[in-house]
Design a protein around this ligand. Sequence first.
Ligand SMILES: O=C(O)C(=O)C[C@]1(C(=O)O)C=C[C@@H](O)C=C1
Length: 307
Amino acid sequence: MPSFVHLYILSPLPLFLTKHFIKLPTLNPLFSPLNLHNFHPNYNYLHSKFVIKMGSDGNDSLSLDSIRKTLIGLEDTIVYSLIERSKLPLNSLAYQSSPFPGGFHGSLMEFLVKGTESVQAQGGRYQSPEEVPFFPDNLPPPFVHRPVNCWQGLPPAAASVNVSKNIWDFYVNQFLPLLAAKGDDGNYALSVASDLACLQVISRRIHFGKYVAEVKFRNETEAYTAAIRAKDKNTLMNLLTDSKVEAMVMQRVAKKATVFGQEVTLNATSNSNNYKVDPSLVSRLYNEWVIPLTKDIEVEYLLRRLD
Ligand SMILES: O=C(O)C(=O)C[C@]1(C(=O)O)C=C[C@@H](O)C=C1
């Protein structure tokens, strides 16, 4: 004997009511726990193991070629971000420590970067090994969890190495005065926003060295294992160094600076050697800081690879 409840469920009435009168709460799919736990995109169900995916960059397998493609893509972003920062003068007041209302003591740059990182951490930014905050202490927990959890496959001790302090120091104290012209136009917050864009992409590029090191370790496990066990930094550095690739990288970034940074005018007689950012400075950035720090990250990663 069908009850009233049965009739109600079987009738089109619930559908009609839900459609027209009852507003179900719509959860942002980013925050839904279903997004996290039902299905793990890095899990290879056929072979029962995690495979490392590279996340947002479109390359989803761990090979030297695919990682180098990502590094090449990041070159573009680095050159564009340098072009943006070079439009503003140095604005050195933004980098000098002073007391702020509310008890904060530091530079305007530190103040703004800490605040931005705190918001970005909540939005789920620092959840993969290539995304490293400059001020990791007391960051709030994320309320967005990235579904493609690309750190799953890297050994946690090795994945946690970072050179953020060195990146910050060379950028603020050595590189920025070469990039930005002397002067002060009062656009402090804008300058720092541009700095942070530069710093974040440079840091991402350098910390991608963790994946490079992982692939190199997998390709030549025996040789790397011996050097790791002997804690032999020099041998590790020699094993991972490819001077030809380094030379190509430096040439390519200089070329990108000439192509992306040329003045575009309708006047055929304009001076085509007037670049927005000096190509030799971009090459120098890579030669003196980006490549050496990437190699440091690779060595540090390898030293902890077997922990
Ligand atoms: O492509 C590699 O094999 C890397 O390790 C990256 C990189 C670089 O930073 O560009 C670093 C070390 C090598 O000597 C060559 C290039």
